[in-house]
Structures are given as C-alpha cells and as structure tokens.
Ligand binder design. Structure first.
Ligand code: AMP
Length: 139
C-alpha cells in the first residue's frame, strides 16, 4: 500500500492536527494516545513518512528507537509503573490502524488489564495533565 500523507500522524507532524506532545526532536515526536490502553499510553513516531518498519530508513529507525527509550523512561518516572510494554504493529493483519509507523509505550502493573485497542477516548483534561507530567520527566 502506498503511504497516505493524509493519515492522522502525518497531520500531527505537519501541525495540521492537535496532539498532547511530550517530546520532540529533529527526527521524532512523542504524544499521548487519545484512546489509551492504560494511563500514560504514549506514542512515538518518526517525522520521516513510512507506513511500517519495513519502509523506514535505517537512520530514522535509529532515531525512533533512541527517542522511544528516552520517552519510555519518562513515562515510567511519571506514572511510577513497575512495567513498561513497548508495542509496534505492522500491517492491518497485525492490528495496525494508523499507517504511519509508531511505537506504543504502555505502562503495566500487576492486576491491571489493558483496555481495548483504540476504542475509548480519554478525558482530554486528564490527558493534558499527564502529558505535562511526562514531558517534565524527559531527561
Ligand atoms: P495502531 O493500531 O498500532 O496503528 O495504533 C494507532 C494508535 O493511535 C491507537 O492506539 C489509537 O488510539 C491512536 N490514535 C488514533 N488517532 C489518534 C490521535 N489523533 N492522537 C493520538 N492517538 C491517536
């Protein structure tokens, strides 16, 4: 499938759609997932347009994993979660719903099940507050 430059993450990169950003550098952006599977669910995307891991340049892949490591540490600090899950889905058959590659950073704790994938909108005020807390924890 050809990359669709009108997907929602491409619009976030271009500043045409809003996002609760927690981190940005020359090559990546991280922001809150608006239908979180757990409190603190954050996404990290490359600015390079690529649908999946198979389309991404090695340079953008390196920047993406570096940013993911940095932001995951901030999510852990901000949420105090004992576990952090990383997920990255390639292709509809794998469950991908937005066709611009991204890593999910999902805080986990024993006894707390994950909410359904991309199902229920978060409270925007809570999301904004969480974004500020995570952004402040980025080192
Ligand atoms: P995937 O199914 O791996 O492609 O994940 C896409 C993720 O993007 C889901 O977890 C959605 O909840 C999330 N999502 C969709 N639209 C937005 C948006 N406008 N801002 C933030 N997250 C979004």
């Amino acid at each position: 499938m050809a990359y669709d430059p009108n997907n929602i993450f491409a619009k976030i990169i271009r500043g045409e759609a809003p996002a609760f950003k927690v981190y940005e550098d020359a090559h990546t952006i991280a922001f809150m997932d608006i239908m979180p599977q757990a409190e603190g669910h954050t996404l990290v995307i490359p600015k390079e347009y690529a649908e999946s891991i198979f389309d991404l340049s090695p340079e953008a892949a390196a920047s993406l994993i570096k940013a993911t490591q940095k932001v995951a540490a901030a999510v852990r600090t901000a949420t105090n979660a004992p576990g952090i899950m990383l997920a990255q889905l390639n292709g509809a058959a794998a469950g991908q719903t937005v066709f611009h590659i991204h890593f999910h950073i999902i805080p986990r704790a024993g006894g707390i099940d994950l909410s359904f994938h991309a199902r229920k909108m978060a409270d925007m005020e809570k999301l904004k507050a969480l974004a500020a807390k995570i952004a402040a924890a980025v080192v």
